[in-house]
Design a protein around this ligand. Sequence first.
Ligand code: PLP
Length: 251
Amino acid sequence: MALKGDPHVLIVAGSDSSGGAGIARDIEAVSAVGLRTCLAVTAVTVQMHHSVDHIEYIAPDLVAAQMRAALVSNTIAAIKVGMLGMMGTVEAVASVLLEHPSVPVVLDPVLASSSGRLLLAQEAIDTMKTDLMPLCRLVTPNLPELAILAGTPQAKDEGEAVNQGRLLLNAGSQGVLIKGGHSSGPNSTDILLCPSENQIRFDALRLAGEMRGTGCMLASAIAAHLALGEPLEDCVRSAKRYVFDRYRQLA
Ligand code: PLP
């Protein structure tokens, strides 16, 4: 059994029966950094790689209870939040995070699966923006998520994406990592925006093929590096390298 003092990353996310995304990927990414995980499950999904067949949401008070139990049982050095599903879950997670303001939180604002199934209720998007995002050290939208969160059409170029990211900072986010995986070109470029700091670009070669779970792994790896007390820029760089190497191995 782990001693209470070992740093853990608390993962608040959904399961994916196919193993392509969700909690399985989160645990893999945190373990690769050498840290332990504990869990608050938000939803159980029945998925194959190209379809989401069923979603069973966990009641919001049960999600909050899992988080509180994990926080009492272990030293939680960072929290990763992924799929939330329901408005009540967004509110419940925000209320627990408010009780632990010193723990850094990385939010992957999961809105839909690659196959198009909604993974967050439409009416919960505003609550995520107003109640949850300001509590997070970093929010990691891809380009379609960024556009929805900013309330604008999808960015046609990098300048537009940065403007959308700044809208989220103005709305109270502490940091936004814009993931460029859904753009085109030989490189996949992510851009880190923080209030009153210059933007930082992270370039990686775009890997061929269809990849699931990259968003889950990236956010969890960033949370694990934050748990080790590293500066945010270094956390993002290390996490990107991890996701790139992992997928090159799998390809
Ligand atoms: N299922 C779960 C439980 C997830 O957390 C996510 C993304 O975070 C997805 C599915 C979507 O993954 P993908 O875009 O690879 O389909």
